[in-house]
Every structure is written in structure tokens, then in C-alpha cells.
Design a protein around this ligand. Structure first.
Ligand SMILES: Cc1cc2nc3c(=O)[nH]c(=O)nc-3n(C[C@H](O)[C@H](O)[C@H](O)COP(=O)(O)OP(=O)(O)OC[C@H]3O[C@@H](n4cnc5c(N)ncnc54)[C@H](O)[C@@H]3O)c2cc1C
Length: 208
């Protein structure tokens, strides 16, 4: 999924860019949990907490920043730079009952999208095809990782969804996912294995 322009991501120079590296801002200019990986998100929250414990004035968590400006969150990150926020202080993954970060949201969403494609009708009628196009178009507007959604819309303009049959949709989805995989430096998935992965399970029966 080639980006026309990347998300607003904090760089590592604390003096010129106040947010921690990896933190992505949403369209509202505030730190965006669903656009950011858990580690970067958690670091910001921990710097804020450390600041509070050291007698600072911060009182919001990063996740509860709905009323804060990007500037105030950013300022917190600057003030607390180096205040006990090394990698070892941050768990690799969030507890299961936390709101999703970019990775958790991505895995859950791909699971839904590929499974939906795997069970799409072999020969959809006109109405079903229109509904699927509409669903994917709406999805690409509202996917809550803003820069991910923007890439998806760009790619959908270049290669509109193929909805004429189950296999067409499943392969189109596989291609979209592989574009993201490539962009993120991951291996491509073998689309010949779509049904095995998302519908039938492997022939050794371990999923039965
Ligand atoms: C629409 C969308 C756009 C995204 N854009 C971005 C982005 O711009 N930047 C970003 O950092 N993250 C993005 N993500 C999240 C990213 O794609 C991953 O979901 C996330 O990094 C977690 O990756 P993962 O390695 O755990 O597995 P995932 O990539 O989430 O894959 C889950 C499982 O799907 C299977 N799979 C993998 N590839 C395919 C394929 N091509 N076809 C079928 N099955 C497959 C594998 O079994 C894999 O374990 C996006 C997610 C979505 C849904």
C-alpha cells in the first residue's frame, strides 16, 4: 500500500519534535492510539505518569487525551524525556482488555476481511456486488487508523475491489494485504493458500 504521503510520526530529536519516536498523530493533531504501536503509546503514557509522580502538573493519561491539545501531550513528552521510559519499562504487548493499538486492530480487521471474502457468494447477484463495493468503500473511509485508511483509499483508486465472485474478492483482498505486508517489510502471503488459512483449515486436521 504505497503512501502518497506518510503519517505524522514523531522523530527522535526531542528538542525539535516533542512526541516520542513512533507516536503517530491523528487528523485532530492528538496522539492516535489506533495509528500507533502499543510500545510507543505506552511510553508516552509512562512518561506522563513519571512526570506526575515527580510533581509535574500532568493529570491525564495518553489514552484519555480527548480534551487535551496535541501541544499539551507533546509538552508532556518533552518534559519527561528520559524519565524512566526505557524499553524495559514497557511491556511488548498490551493486556487483552485494553483498547486496540495499530497491530491488534490490523490483525482483527484482516481476520474479518479475509473471512468475509472467504464466505462471499461464489456467484453474487447485482445487489450483493453493489453492497460489497459499498461496504469496502465505507470501510476505507472509517477505518480508525487514519494513515492506514488513506493508503487503502489510494490503492482502491488504483485497483478497485473485484466483487464478481468469491475467488475474485478473496484474491483482491489478498493482494491489498500483500501491499501492506511489502510496505512494512513483511513476507508476502501465498494467495493460493487463502481457503486453507481462512475457511477450510490445513489438511493435517490440527484445526478440526
Ligand atoms: C486495511 C489495513 C491497512 C493497514 N495499513 C497499515 C499501515 O499503513 N501501516 C501499518 O503499520 N500497519 C497497517 N495495518 C496493520 C498491518 O497490516 C498488520 O495488521 C499489523 O502490522 C499486524 O501484523 P501481523 O504481522 O500480526 O499480521 P497481519 O498482517 O495482521 O496478518 C494477520 C494474518 O493474516 C494472514 N495473512 C497475511 N498476509 C495475508 C494476505 N496477503 N492474504 C491473506 N492472509 C494474509 C497471516 O496468516 C497473518 O498471520 C493495516 C491494516 C489494515 C486492515
Amino acid at each position: 500500500m504505497a503512501a502518497t504521503e506518510g503519517p505524522t510520526v514523531a522523530q527522535s530529536s526531542p528538542s525539535s519534535t516533542p512526541l516520542p519516536p513512533g507516536m503517530v498523530l491523528g487528523p485532530d493533531g492528538k496522539p492516535c492510539r489506533t495509528c500507533t504501536d502499543w510500545k510507543s503509546w505506552s511510553k508516552l503514557a509512562k512518561t506522563k505518569k513519571a512526570q506526575t509522580q515527580q510533581g509535574g502538573s500532568g493529570s491525564e493519561s495518553a489514552g484519555a487525551s480527548s480534551s487535551s491539545s496535541a501541544g499539551s501531550a507533546a509538552a508532556a513528552a518533552v518534559v519527561t524525556a528520559g524519565a524512566g521510559t526505557d524499553d524495559t519499562a514497557v511491556n511488548a504487548t498490551a493486556p487483552d482488555d485494553c483498547p486496540p493499538d495499530r497491530e491488534v486492530l490490523g490483525r482483527a480487521t484482516w481476520t474479518f476481511l479475509h473471512t468475509m471474502a472467504a464466505y462471499y457468494p461464489e456467484k453474487p447477484n447485482e445487489r450483493e456486488q453493489t453492497m460489497m463495493k459499498s461496504l469496502l468503500s465505507s470501510f476505507s473511509q472509517f477505518y480508525p487508523c487514519g494513515h492506514c485508511a488513506e493508503h487503502l483509499r489510494d490503492e482502491m483508486k488504483k485497483e478497485p475491489p473485484k466483487v464478481a465472485s468469491r475467488m475474485e474478492l478473496a484474491w483482491w483482498m489478498c493482494g491489498m494485504h500483500n501491499k501492506v505486508n511489502t510496505m512494512l517489510g513483511k513476507d508476502e502471503f501465498d494467495c493460493n493458500k487463502l481457503d486453507e488459512r481462512w475457511r477450510d483449515g490445513p489438511s493435517d486436521g490440527r484445526c478440526d
